[in-house]
Design a protein around this ligand. Structure first.
Ligand SMILES: Cc1cc2nc3c(=O)[nH]c(=O)nc-3n(C[C@H](O)[C@H](O)[C@H](O)COP(=O)(O)OP(=O)(O)OC[C@H]3O[C@@H](n4cnc5c(N)ncnc54)[C@H](O)[C@@H]3O)c2cc1C
Length: 477
């Protein structure tokens, strides 16, 4: 079943998201033997596009953007005939009003009222002065945002949204996440952006145009799969159940699907599956402190509730952020604003993102209940009328976000330190490395894992050749 015809074991790739597929594609193009194992019924992981009766939507709109020419070239080479350039325009919906995202002071002034804005600017100034007198360590998201935007802005724009996304108090969310997510941003950058035409194109959060495959982001993963399958295999619906090792290197994985299961041996292993699961699947098991560190790492899950509508368009926005707690979803996007091919002619769809933790009340809610909640709020917000709804789809995506709780770095370090002993194990990707990776980072980490493997193979071939030469030289003497 899990073919190994020539006895050459090659590389085993755990996970068929963008990371695993990029690694597989690079290795495959280099003529290497590769097998990709993906637990879900299709590839793409979080970067997939769901297709339903002529409608298409991503699991939360995914825009491709990279400052790395190598990653841009890799994606363009793969799918340039399908890429379109999309303008980005996003809003924050708050207190029954729309605010520009990133915030523009004039817009914020008119929206929040003069006194609130004056207060926001004053306490931002206060934070800057405090910072000059004594630099305080920024441990939590709250510390970081208050220092960069002031307390008023934190309370209004960040607190509720962040707590909705992460499901825990802002004082428990690590500063690491927000610093990576809105790197380079502060109130002063936002003001400069508004008044001095600073484009911010190099800041991932501010870039105003991006590439998008016209039939959804999932096309990147599909094209990668096609490339790999020219010479190798991608097994979907097939999960890794166990990772066997001898203390120094990984020997094999135990894989299982609904018709078959078995041991698959490999020379090299790329793991882009959840870091804690890698630890838990090791056989023999690692020491207790490593297992405990794995148990302390958790993820935030996502429920995508998509409402199909009998009308051509609802909004003109890329994303609409909804921070307020009384509205149960945190973000909306309308895929037809990204590409007209995302819905049949004359129809559109709204995708709402509910942040959840597997097993909580939201996760356990029925699909019908979630759709009713989404429709009810979209009607109340004035986006749609109930009679326009023609269909709906609910998708539960587990492990969408590594949860960066204060102190997570220590647990990651314990695990990485242990896994470092396996010379042929290459951790990669967003959940494999437990990092806030966007698609470009995920693709980049898959490519790097493949390049490391290719370099090692070249080195060992060279050593083989050199040994041969030495033997010959030796024998001639
Ligand atoms: C709501 C949301 C919106 C986003 N928007 C953007 C955006 O606009 N732009 C951007 O650049 N990035 C965005 N991202 C980030 C992007 O989705 C990720 O960076 C990328 O998908 C990570 O790819 P990956 O392969 O590393 O991980 P994943 O996509 O998580 O892939 C891991 C794969 O491993 C599989 N797997 C797990 N366990 C097993 C097992 N035991 N055996 C076999 N397979 C297994 C999973 O099924 C999955 O397919 C967004 C993420 C989210 C959650």
């Amino acid at each position: 079943m899990f073919k190994n015809p020539d006895g050459h074991k090659g590389t085993i790739i755990m996970g068929g998201g963008l990371t695993g597929l990029s690694a597989g594609c690079v290795l495959s193009r280099a003529g290497q033997r590769v097998r990709v194992f993906e637990r879900a019924i299709e590839v793409g992981g979080i970067s997939k596009t769901i297709v339903h009766n002529g409608f298409r939507f991503d699991l939360g709109g995914h825009r491709f953007f990279s400052t790395d020419p190598k990653i841009n070239a890799f994606v363009k080479d793969l799918i340039s005939d399908e890429l379109i350039l999309v303008g980005r325009s996003s809003k924050i919906y708050l207190r029954n009003k729309f605010f520009d995202y990133p915030l523009k002071p004039v817009n914020a002034l008119l929206g929040l009222g003069f006194m609130t804005t004056l207060g926001a600017v004053a306490d931002y100034g206060l934070e800057k002065v405090k910072g000059l007198i004594m630099e305080k360590e920024k441990v939590s998201l709250e510390d970081w945002v208050v220092s960069n935007f002031g307390r008023t802005m934190f309370n209004i724009y960040f607190k509720e949204y962040s707590e909705k996304v992460w499901g825990i108090d802002c004082s428990r969310i690590s500063a690491e996440w927000v610093a990576q997510r809105i790197r380079g941003l502060s109130l002063s950058t936002a003001i400069r952006n508004a008044f001095f035409k600073f484009s911010g194109r190099d800041l991932p959060t501010l870039t105003d145009r991006f590439f998008y495959p016209d039939r959804g982001i999932g096309r990147i993963a599909e094209r990668l799969q096609e490339e790999i399958e020219l010479h190798n295999e991608v097994y979907t619906n097939t999960g890794i159940e166990q990772i066997n090792h001898d203390g120094q290197s990984i020997q094999s994985v135990y894989v299982k699907n609904h018709v078959s299961e078995g041991l698959v041996k490999g020379d090299q292993f790329v793991a882009s599956i959840p870091l804690p699961r890698i630890v838990q699947m090791l056989n023999p098991a690692p020491p207790a402190e490593v297992l405990e560190a794995a148990l302390r790492l958790s993820f935030r899950d996502l429920i995508v509730v998509t409402i199909m509508l009998d009308r051509p368009r609802v909004t003109d926005q890329t994303w609409i952020y909804i921070p307020e707690k009384n509205i149960p979803f945190g973000r909306i996007h309308e895929p037809t604003n990204w590409s007209p091919k995302m819905a049949p002619e004359g129809k559109t769809l709204l995708v709402t993102e509910f942040f959840s933790t597997r097993g909580d009340a939201l996760w356990n809610e029925s699909d019908a209940g979630l759709v009713a909640t989404a429709v009810d709020h979209l009607v109340r917000l004035g986006f749609i009328r109930k009679e326009e709804v023609i269909d709906s789809v609910v998708v539960r995506a587990s492990r969408a976000y590594p949860l960066f709780e204060v102190g997570f770095e220590k647990n990651c370090a314990t695990i990485m330190d242990y896994l470092g002993r396996f010379e042929n194990l290459h951790l990669a990707g967003r959940i494999g490395l437990f990092k806030y990776y966007n698609m470009d980072h995920a693709i980049g980490s898959g490519i790097s894992a493949a390049e490391t493997i290719l370099e090692r193979l070249q080195r060992s071939e060279k050593v083989g050749d050199d040994d041969g030469e030495r033997e010959l030289v030796g024998s001639s003497r």
